[in-house]
Write a protein that binds this ligand. Structure first.
Ligand SMILES: Cc1cc2nc3c(=O)[nH]c(=O)nc-3n(C[C@H](O)[C@H](O)[C@H](O)COP(=O)(O)OP(=O)(O)OC[C@H]3O[C@@H](n4cnc5c(N)ncnc54)[C@H](O)[C@@H]3O)c2cc1C
Length: 639
């Protein structure tokens, strides 16, 4: 094994995996150091990838040549499309994966990746040279201590820095079940001047499948039509029928048990100082925050193929184990439940992302990148999205190439990173579709069109990925051409039963713009009128990810949202103009007259890189942004 590389990635959770693979796939010599090789890609909470907005990020990671989507398709146990009632911008996949297959697959990929070495050990600190630049990371493994020389470091330490687990009043110094917490690196980054805060997250109890009365819950079968997560795949790879999940609900008795025992909850007894996730509250938190509700949904999700372990989605808790069990027994179908593992909460140090550049590089120490839960986010997909960006930028730093910044207008990843580095976080950040201004453009089905060209440029896309994108684009173009140049006439349609009403003539594409008409309807009509339909083939069972299926979907969406898409494109272009107007690092905001004191103070402290970022800093007024633009253009002079 080499003891000198270009980039060291600390951690092999979802962020570390994507960072390490991106660097190595870009041809940069990379080392990935993790506390336990047998926990690479470990999923400490539920085994689900995707869901609203998170599915968009997972697809974007895939479109950039990342690993999350491919591994998901190979370890799938259950899948469904979510957001179907809300239109295509919000629709995405929520996939459940096998808790043991997913990490094993990830480990195999990392172990066989060229230019990447894996190390088991604890990174204690960074070693800086006399000029203050990164020279190495110091690693300990048992009694051995050694330096791994490098030029750039990506920290993806998740919940490990000063991790403290809570279950009722029981406290354990640990990052999560079975993983030690890390103190030395936590102290080192504080000494470096990185501001930290305490955040908290939690997980649910795991219960025995055989102890549940499935007949009392609503069964939710898997939907094979949801298709694969990766753009590389026509289909998913399960060898047997996918598993169902079940839905049941808490009852007033559940809430009573929880309310009666609130004083024993780590959250409410004051034992936990860290701030928890606003959008993923614990069950005791829900009972207090939504006191008027007497029921909350609970889902049973089997964690692994051939396993008896069920994840109780919706029941995250840091109550004592006996209270969790008593409360669970009041849920229909759980009267005889056996608990395999109680839920618990974990508090940890996160690093203030306001000290990061949009490339996720530290403003304090060039060459140091931070990604994932350490930046105050929550979730596998958020971690993976930052991981790939940090990996790309660490590789560029090592190669002496410019930063790669992801604009808000082009990806959810860009929205997330911009939110983090511009607005900071007060509680664990989770991606929501509502956070994106241009979400009609940022759909999960077109992530490849938005990001794979960049992946090709960076050397992250395989030939097959590039080929599939090209084929999809060619199909869309030729089909749209045929639809737009094939006309139907009022006189031909009038005699036909159930034909659409047309005044004069209309192209097939114009018909497709009508919400009640889909591509199958257009094809059927064309055939009735004697045309040969020049449209992509309809997907056969199990081939919902084929390029033809993807092209069909795109054509329908683009037709229905034609006007809206054009408007959002225009708005996005305008926003990009501001986005790319850079603000020099050395700008003296205090010498600028006319700008309010609050704006100057915030601009001086946060040092935004662009006008776009400046405009999103809470408290910076639009009038001050206009003045800033004036200063940049030279039409307004400094004092
Ligand atoms: C108990 C629990 C409950 C959660 N609940 C939810 C939830 O409900 N919803 C949700 O969206 N997300 C939840 N999460 C969060 C989700 O798991 C994470 O956001 C995501 O996995 C973070 O990925 P990451 O790559 O940033 O870090 P992690 O997956 O935590 O990986 C950290 C990696 O860093 C390594 N490491 C740490 N320190 C060192 C060091 N000094 N030297 C070498 N290696 C080091 C570790 O070995 C590990 O490989 C939960 C997490 C936990 C632990």
């Amino acid at each position: 094994m080499r003891r000198a590389v270009d980039v060291v990635v600390v951690g092999a959770g979802q962020a570390g995996i994507e960072a390490a693979l991106a660097c190595a796939r870009m041809g940069v010599r990379t080392a990935c150091v993790t506390l336990r090789l047998d926990r690479i890609g470990y999923l400490p909470c539920n085994c689900s990838i995707g869901g609203p907005a998170k599915g968009h990020i997972a697809r974007e990671v895939d479109a950039l040549g990342g690993q999350m989507g491919v591994t998901t398709d190979h370890s799938l146990t259950h899948t469904r499309t979510v957001g179907t009632s809300k239109g295509p911008a919000v629709q995405t996949i929520r996939a459940q994966v096998c808790k043991s297959t997913y990490p094993l697959f990830m480990r195999g990929v990392l172990e066989t990746q060229d230019s990447l070495d894996l190390y088991q050990g604890t990174v204690e600190s960074l070693v800086l040279d006399a000029s203050g630049a990164i020279r190495a990371v110091r690693v300990s493994e048992g009694s051995e201590v050694y330096d791994l020389d490098c030029r750039a470091v990506v920290l993806t330490t998740g919940t490990f820095l000063n991790g403290l687990c809570h279950e009722g009043s029981k406290k354990t110094v640990a990052a999560r079940h079975g993983d030690d917490s890390v103190q030395s690196l936590a102290a080192f980054i504080k000494d470096l001047g990185i501001r930290t805060k305490r955040f908290k997250t939690g997980t649910t109890p795991r219960v025995k499948l055989g102890s549940l009365d499935l007949s009392l819950a609503q069964v939710m079968p898997s939907e094979s039509e949801a298709g694969p997560l990766s753009f590389l795949h026509d289909r998913t790879f399960e060898k047997r029928e996918l598993l169902p999940t079940w839905q049941t609900r808490t009852t007033p008795s559940t809430h009573e048990v929880l309310r009666e025992n609130l004083d024993k909850s780590a959250m409410f007894s004051g034992d936990i100082e860290g701030v928890g996730p606003r959008y993923c509250p614990s069950v005791e938190d829900k009972v207090v925050r939504f006191a008027g509700k007497d029921s909350h949904p609970i889902f049973w999700e089997i964690e692994e193929w051939d396993s008896d372990s069920v994840y109780v989605q919706g029941f995250s808790s840091s109550m004592p184990a006996e209270v969790q069990l008593e409360a669970l027994k009041t849920v229909p179908g759980m009267e005889s439940v056996e608990m395999l593992l109680p839920g618990y909460a974990v508090e940890y140090d996160m690093a203030d992302p306001l000290q990061l550049r949009p490339s996720l590089m530290s403003k304090l120490l060039p060459g140091l990148f931070l990604a994932g839960q350490i930046n105050g986010t929550s979730g596998y997909e958020e971690a993976a999205g930052q991981g790939i960006v940090a990996g790309i930028n660490a590789a560029h730093f090592a190669l002496g190439l410019p930063e790669v910044v992801f604009p808000r207008t082009q990806s959810f990843i860009g929205v997330m990173i911009d939110d983090l580095v511009t607005k900071g976080v007060d509680d664990p950040y989770r991606m929501l579709t509502a956070r994106a201004e241009h979400r009609l453009l940022l759909r999960h089905d077109n992530a490849d069109q938005r990001l794979t060209p960049l992946a090709i440029e960076l050397g992250l896309a395989t030939t097959e990925r590039a080929f599939r994108l090209e084929k999809k684009l060619r199909t869309i173009q030729s089909t749209k051409e045929w639809l737009s140049t094939t006309f139907v006439f009022e006189s031909d349609l009038a005699p036909l039963k159930d034909a659409p009403v047309v005044r004069g003539r209309a192209s097939l594409y114009e018909l497709l713009k009508r919400p009640e008409i889909n591509l199958v309807d257009v094809e059927t009509l064309a055939i009735r009128l004697g045309f040969t339909a020049q449209t992509p083939e309809r997907p056969g069972p199990g081939r919902y990810g084929s390029t033809a299926a993807a092209a069909r979907r795109q054509i329908e969406i683009e037709a229905i949202y034609d006007g809206y898409l054009a408007k959002q494109c225009q708005e996005a272009k305008l926003a990009e103009k501001l986005e790319f107007m850079s603000l020099p690092v050395e700008l003296d905001y205090w010498s600028m007259t006319g700008i309010s004191h609050e704006s100057r103070e915030k601009l001086d402290r946060l040092r935004p890189s662009t006008i776009g970022q400046a405009s999103r800093i809470p408290g910076v007024r639009p009038a001050d942004v206009a003045l800033l633009i004036g200063y940049l253009r030279g039409s307004v002079k400094s004092a």
